[in-house]
Design a protein around this ligand. Sequence first.
Ligand SMILES: [Mn+2]
Length: 469
Amino acid sequence: MISKISEEFLDISFGDKRLDCRFKKIADQLSSNMGASIPLACEDWANTKAAYRFFKNKKITLDKILDPHKFSTHERIKKNDDEFTLILHDTTELTYTNHPSIKDLNPGRRLKLRNPKKDGSKTIHYDYNLIMHTSLALTTNGVPLGVTALKIWDRDKFKDTTSMKRKVNPTRVPIESKESYKWIENIDKSSSEASISSKKLVHIGDRDSDMFELFELCDKTDTNFVIRVAHNRNVGFNGELLYDAGNNEIIQSGTFNLEVRDSNKVKRNAKINLSYSKVNIIPTMSKRKNFAPIALYYIVAEEVLGKDENPSNPIIWRLLTNLPIKSLKSAHEKIYWYSLRWKIEVYFKVLKTGCKVEDCRLQTKQGLMRYLTLMSIVSWRIFWITMFSRENPTGSPEECLTKEEIRILKKIAQKKNTSWNGKTLQDYYYELAKLGGFLARKCDGEPGFITTWRGYLRLQDILLGFRLI
Ligand SMILES: [Mn+2]
């Protein structure tokens, strides 16, 4: 039986029919046993061995795994009627330090020594990580449409840049040889391959992405971005700085209320002062020869504190965008878009906590990278079911579930309540979530992805039993 994820792989082609078939089988097995190791998901030795052999195969390139999904994602972006689709970019590290049998993974950072030996001798320990930079398309309602670009590497690739930085001014190191080039590459890939008007996409990045080269690329290619500021840059040739410029040339400002939680999860009603201004970002000295200043909009959302208020981390968000801002409403919209950035953190959580990709025991770096590419799509899928069902409660259940899954969920629901006659996606989604522990009380809100994922796993087990009858 084929699960819904196979729809993402209809056009998979490794140039060998047997490999295509094997890939679809592995994808099916890993997605219906999410979080299980490869042997557990594959159920028997023959299938496990075939999966290991598959992940070792040099013909299986990362692009070939991702391409059909990327293509489907582009189609979903085209179908999205909203004026803009957000592309969230972020990096995560996957730790394999306790997995010593990976043969070719290069050591990363040096770890501090925790237990020096009795004779005082020191053994040097390194961490072993793979780094993943993902670009995830998201509607402005928070529904993830899929991965548009993915880059995986180990630290060694950029090993020399740190020593290089020590000797020369880091702003003089060409961006192509720095790790931060990942931002440029993924933004470029996400917009150029999509054959969608680049005007429809808005790239969102955290403080890591605040770099002149990114502004330059987006300016040249007519690509929209909203990023969070990390550097107090020059906005005039006489030493004027960005953080002051906001105060001097504010076009408009106003206040709004926002309910926030601090690090201790204590709720408070924050009064936020929102303002925006137009600024000219001046390149650093070493880049002035090659780059002209770039005009951008600067948005600041800052918490206004009362006399007795002293929160541990008052809100201050400084954003830069090349989208024109003509009203406070449109400035507020950019702040809202940026607030959706945490969805990519949730996505990484699905990948690590849900799919447990750091437990994978494949023995080569390339094998792991192939596995991670596949699991990136599997993780998107579970995240998508959760968010899509929330946003389209009246849709058809067939958009998310197979006919067989729908039939079983109906039986389960009718066993508890004989008059149950669910028709909508929400009806079925709630039944699925109930299998994962969702109580569906009024105060419960919508089921989260962990509940959905647990429900989905149980449904797969029930299906397996059902097929045996
Ligand atoms: Mn980040």
